[in-house]
Write a protein that binds this ligand. Structure first.
Ligand code: BGC
Ligand code: NOJ
Length: 814
């Protein structure tokens, strides 16, 4: 069952039934100001940091779900309704929510009145703009009353939810014409305020929540709205809000268009005040002026559309399958940009207060967005690398506002350092800009300790070399990619966090996932050394030794082991009762091609197909744990089939897809991709529950109570990895140091597809033909009509359009 449809021309998902199985959300903002908006206009906004600069309040996991947002109430006689259906939930004659690229539009109709609300954050502006049009389609005159509503958060989203003894006394506002200002704590240590404006005279306002809503009413029926009159309240403490009241008189056929702006302004210390106690409003007025007319708003919307045109033009496929095309051309790159902006901080599953930017997460996210915004990718790399320690290890997270490592969570996730090699090499392959390696980057944000970025990579590489266990395999530390495989934790106390609790330090738990990661990115490091004419013999020896250790100590007969535990016992082995086989080491060791010649990769991937695959994707481990295993940690706390315990972790499914492409099995790779690609799951939305336009972190696996049900949508490395799997390994257009490597691995029955790829300033129009019905192998490559040896399209300078024709075949073009 579906709740809407894709509108590919408009690049929108159109939700037609507001009662989706979960709030289906979208993100506004691309730079410093962001909003989360659900299909019923719920959500909140913040400046840069969802924890420290939250503008509007949100109550997670509320009853009912998703209340609180940017609400507009239309009172038409005795009927009160909202353009997005909520919060009043008055049955609408027509409802539509169009989630587009960085904007959402709500179309509601009731009793002959049509409202259209478009919410977006204009480029270069720290504000949400809401364009609201109200049209009288009836044949009688309508006298409507319109109320806006937003509830201010007292900036720090965490203390806002905790410290009521203080909070309920500190709220402060100012009202100036049609602009409602929020200035809590402004007179002391804050230099920022928020405002909510409308470009028309108002008939009234409210800034005190209780005055507007009433002590015993809710968002669905605020007293002021129900009675059709604002209280003109000025908040002193309690809960400051912002609500405008406007009378809207409409003749039949008449439309009224209004522009609301909800923004954020910072003032310099010496420019905070206009007069004693009165904030300097110049910044707000500047923003308000930018959007004083609908024409200006429409122009900003058009700029946003151009921005997305440009970003998406980097890679456009015509595969012949519309679901594949919409994932590759629109929604997957869009989700990649959102994960770039948010890391794992703010979604409807991440409260925005718990986690900053993950070291491993942000490095992996980068491979999904580097082709869209390479300059910003560069900055991101430098920010991440600056949180590395001198020994190569790294803070596991850093805060986006301060760009400092987060001491609460600390370090010791031993996979972390290696991801930096992945992101840096992806950046150079995309841009050709090797100069990034010469950038000076501090350690632990301390400028007195700084080296060039290349040295950071060397220390990343050496961190693994210096932390090997008894089998010559990498020590796992707190955990590797799988945050829940806590082999040194031994926690018995439910009040402890698996992420931060004191670990045993005398154990020798080793990770096969990091082993594969080291081989894969170690080789990448060696390629970078070669580009810099650095002797690679020693590094090569370390990588070769790791390959040997994996073959000797990491092979279980039919698949790769997952780890050795604290006591040196096998994890992920036929010997184990539960958790006999895990996905991560199969993914990383096959991506690294360890033992390919001996058939290990093929065998491991066949075991994955046999033991881990199910209808909805590939589960993380099997059999799932049914009991808590003290020496394994959080993984065994989850009920079987969920999250890291036998869930389908969409993040690591692409590792298997890529592994399959490395041995040429295109039918399998594409089949795996389709099982988890949200557009391909749209028809089962009532089961899947999450948005059909973006990936979720997890789909419940075969051992779960409800297999196929997804959770944790949006902020997941899934976006980046699936992007890489489908665009680079299946469709096979792979940026490399010296050009575009064309190496498709597709289903045998695909006949032809085209990809337009913008790369280093030029446009490559690539047609891939498969007359011989193969999956892999470039038989012939023509670049602008010229026969070209190998499968690399060389960099043909900036500008220009180049025709590339690729014929696949068994015999390759070596
Ligand atoms: C989740 C992981 C997550 C970790 C870090 C765990 O509870 O299952 O997916 O990475 O928390 O916060
Ligand atoms: C989500 C975390 O953000 C990520 O860092 C981790 O690798 C996965 N969960 C798996 O545990």
């Amino acid at each position: 069952m579906k709740y809407g449809r894709f509108d590919d021309n408009a690049r929108e998902y159109v939700i037609e039934d507001p009662r989706t199985p979960h709030p289906w959300i979208n993100y506004l903002g691309n730079e410093e100001f962001f909003g989360l908006v659900s299909n019923t206009a719920g959500g909140y906004c913040f400046y840069k940091d969802a924890k420290f600069r939250r503008l509007t309040r949100y109550r997670y996991n509320n009853v009912p779900m998703d209340v609180g947002g940017r609400y507009y109430y239309i009172k038409d006689g005795e009927t009160v309704w909202n353009p997005g259906w909520k919060p009043s939930q008055t049955e609408l004659d027509h409802y539509e929510c169009r989630h587009g690229l960085s904007y959402s539009r709500f179309i509601g109709e009731k009793d002959g009145v049509k409202s259209e609300l478009t919410c977006f954050v204009p480029l270069g502006v720290n504000a949400e703009v809401h364009k609201l049009s109200i049209e009288n389609n009836s044949d009688i005159k309508k006298s409507l009353q319109l109320f806006s509503f937003a509830e201010w958060c007292l900036w720090n989203a965490q203390t806002d939810m905790e410290n009521f003894q203080r909070n309920l006394s500190i709220g402060e506002v100012e009202v100036d014409g049609s602009v409602l200002y929020h200035k809590t704590e402004y007179k002391e240590r804050r230099n920022h305020y928020a405002f909510y404006s409308v470009n028309a005279p108002i008939s009234g306002f409210d800034t005190d929540r209780e005055a507007f809503i009433g002590m015993y009413n809710g968002f669905e029926n605020p007293q002021a709205v129900m009675e059709g009159a604002s209280r003109n309240s000025v908040a002193h403490g309690w809960s400051p809000v912002a609500s405008h009241y406007l009378d809207v008189e409409l003749e039949p056929g008449e439309t009224r268009e209004l522009v609301f702006v909800l923004g954020y302004v910072e003032n310099a210390e010496d420019a905070k005040w206009e007069s004693k106690g009165v904030i300097n409003k110049a910044g707000a007025k500047r923003i308000i002026r930018k959007f004083e007319t609908v024409e200006k708003v429409d122009a900003a919307l058009a700029d946003l559309a151009d921005y997305w045109d440009r970003l998406l033009a980097t890679y456009q496929v015509n595969s012949g399958d519309e679901k594949t095309d919409r994932m590759v051309n629109i929604w997957n790159p869009y989700q990649c940009m959102v994960t770039f902006n948010m890391s794992r901080s703010a979604s409807f599953f991440e409260s925005g207060i718990g986690r900053g930017m993950g070291f491993r997460d942000s490095n992996q996210d980068l491979i999904g967005f580097v082709h869209q915004v390479p300059e910003r990718a560069k900055q991101r790399i430098l920010d991440i690398a600056a949180t590395q320690f001198e020994d190569g290890s790294a803070y596991h997270q850093y805060q986006p506002l301060t760009k400092r490592g987060n001491a609460d969570i600390g370090a010791n996730f031993n996979d972390d350092p290696l991801w930096l090699i992945l992101s840096v090499s992806a950046y150079i392959k995309e841009t050709g800009d090797g100069s990034i390696l010469d950038e000076t980057v501090p350690y632990d944000n301390d400028d007195s300790k700084a080296t060039d970025l290349f040295e950071h990579l060397t220390r990343s590489f050496n961190f693994t070399v210096n932390h090997l266990g008894p089998h010559g395999l990498p020590l796992i530390g707190r955990a590797d990619w799988n945050d829940c495989l806590n082999l040194n934790c031994f926690s018995k106390d439910p009040n402890e966090s698996f992420q931060t609790t004191e670990n045993q330090t005398d154990g020798s738990a080793e990770s096969l996932m990091i082993a594969g990661e080291f081989v894969l990115y170690g080789r990448e490091y060696i390629r970078l050394c070669t580009l810099r004419d650095i002797d690679t013999a020693a590094a090569q020896q370390h990588v070769d030794a790791m390959v040997e250790s994996v073959k000797v100590h990491g092979w279980d007969g039919d698949w790769f082991l997952r780890a050795y535990d604290y006591y040196g016992r096998k994890v992920g082995s036929e010997e184990n009762e539960e958790g006999k086989i895990f996905i991560e080491s199969q993914g990383f060791c096959t991506m690294a091609g360890i033992g390919r010649e001996e058939g290990l990769c093929e065998k491991a991937l066949d075991s994955v197909a046999e033991r881990l695959l199910c209808e909805h994707g590939i589960v993380l481990n099997n059999p799932a744990f049914t009991e808590y295993v003290l020496e394994y940690g959080e993984i065994s706390t989850y009920p079987a089939g969920y999250k890291e315990n036998g869930g389908i972790f969409c993040h690591n499914n692409p590792w298997i897809m890529i592994g399959e492409t490395k041995i040429g099995r295109g039918d399998r790779a594409y089949d795996y991709w389709k099982r988890i690609a949200p557009a391909h799951r749209e028809e089962i939305s009532e089961l899947h529950r999450m948005e059909p336009y973006v990936y979720s972190q997890m789909i419940a696996g075969k051992d779960a109570f409800r297999p196929g049900e997804a959770k944790n949508s949006w902020l997941t490395g899934t976006a980046a990895w699936n992007w890489v799997a489908i665009s680079q390994y299946i469709l096979g257009i792979h940026p490399d140091y010296d050009g575009l490597r064309i190496d498709p691995c597709i289903p045998k029955d695909w006949k032809e597809y085209t990809v337009t790829r913008r790369f280093r300033g030029a446009e490559y129009r690539i047609t891939v033909k498969n007359p011989n019905g193969v999956s892999k192998g470039v038989f012939m490559l023509l670049v602008d009509g010229d026969l070209t040896k190998g499968n690399i399209v060389p960099v043909l300078g900036e500008h220009g359009v180049h025709e590339v024709e690729v014929i696949l075949g068994e015999k390759t073009n070596g």
